[in-house]
Design a protein around this ligand. Structure first.
Ligand code: 5GP
Length: 115
């Protein structure tokens, strides 16, 4: 972990604005600033682990529990038909922020997107 707080730590701490939609002691979720679809949400561990394999098992379980809990709720809020859930795990995969984040992207019949 670097000493400088990541942008996501700053959102979680309230240092910079972010639309937080879910929070526990260990996990937070907020809306993506550049959404691929309405309701595009990022789920993060509050601690700035950089890569998936850096996550302790209990935190990984907390992150996944949040993802499972949030996907149907997000679908309902934006009236989506499905969600794409994904992690860019490392810079070569497109990870821009060095703090694990799970994308939940609402999907709509015929939207033509997807990995
Ligand atoms: P990555 O490419 O690392 O998987 O995804 C980073 C995501 O973070 C992008 O979807 C980008 O829009 C989002 N993002 C970057 N900076 C901010 C920010 O300051 N606030 C929020 N809410 N999202 C951000």
């Amino acid at each position: 972990m670097s000493d400088d707080p990541t942008i996501f730590e700053q959102i979680v701490s309230g240092e910079i604005p972010g639309r937080i939609v879910y929070e526990t002691d260990t996990v937070a979720a907020f809306l993506d600033a550049n959404p691929l679809a309405p309701g595009h949400t990022l789920v993060v561990p509050k601690e700035p682990y950089e890569r998936l394999d850096d996550l302790p098992d209990d935190i990984a379980a907390d992150v996944w529990a949040a993802v499972q809990s949030l996907t149907p709720r997000i679908e309902s809020v934006v009236d989506a038909d499905a969600t794409t859930v994904g992690v860019n795990n490392g810079p070569a995969a497109g990870q821009e922020v060095p703090h694990v984040h799970v994308h939940i992207v609402p999907r709509f019949e015929g939207d033509g997107g997807g990995p």
